[in-house]
Design a protein around this ligand. Structure first.
Ligand SMILES: Cc1cc2nc3c(=O)[nH]c(=O)nc-3n(C[C@H](O)[C@H](O)[C@H](O)COP(=O)(O)O)c2cc1C
Length: 174
């Protein structure tokens, strides 16, 4: 059986990829045929009736692969059931989550033709020792919100699996 759901992700340090892997595995456990691919490797959306997009936020915007994917695949995505998840907050801090929800909403508003049937925000992972240039420089600037931030991983795997489970009924009816 050919895959009917594509889970595709953008990532810089792998955190979103790991979430996408768990989402794809959870959907497969329910018998859905699922492909998993990084956005930059997707050649065609033919054969997929639904697409789950995952992307992290960087300086208030989706990582570039996601922005490129959305711009280039507009017509294909507009004809399919689309689900979007975003990674961002790196602390369990309500104010930070509120701000990041605003960033997420702003990104969605840039693509008014995109009508996701579900959207979700998850916590992210941050490790200052693994940053590459220019992120390392940015994080070191005293004015940066990342300045002095400690390594963290606030991805809630229980919530991620529960969310993916909840998607199943929607995807099966697509
Ligand atoms: C340089 C830099 C800038 C970031 N900017 C934001 C941001 O504006 N908003 C946000 O919610 N998270 C921000 N983050 C946190 C990332 O979204 C988070 O670490 C995410 O898990 C990264 O996912 P990835 O490993 O898949 O790239 C930033 C992280 C870095 C390193």
């Amino acid at each position: 059986m050919s895959a009917s759901v594509l889970v595709t992700y953008a990532t810089r340090y792998g955190a979103t990829q790991e979430v996408a892997e768990v989402v794809a595995a959870t959907l497969r456990e329910h018998g859905l045929a699922v492909d998993l691919q990084p956005m930059r490797k997707v050649r065609s959306l033919e054969g997929y009736r639904a697409v789950v997009l995952g992307a992290p936020l960087y300086i208030g915007r989706w990582q570039k692969d996601a922005r490129d994917f959305l711009s280039q695949r507009r017509e294909d995505l507009a004809q399919r059931q689309v689900i979007v998840f975003t990674l961002g907050p790196i602390r369990p801090d309500e104010k930070e989550w509120e701000d990041v929800r605003g960033q997420f909403d702003q990104q969605l508003a840039k693509y008014p033709w995109l009508k996701p049937v579900a959207v979700e925000l998850f916590g992210g992972r941050y490790d200052p020792t693994k940053l590459r240039f220019p992120d390392s420089l940015l994080a070191a600037l005293p004015a940066s919100p990342l300045h002095g931030a400690l390594a963290s991983d606030v991805r809630d795997w229980t919530a991620i699996r529960a969310w993916a489970n909840d998607l199943v009924a929607q995807l099966q009816s697509a």
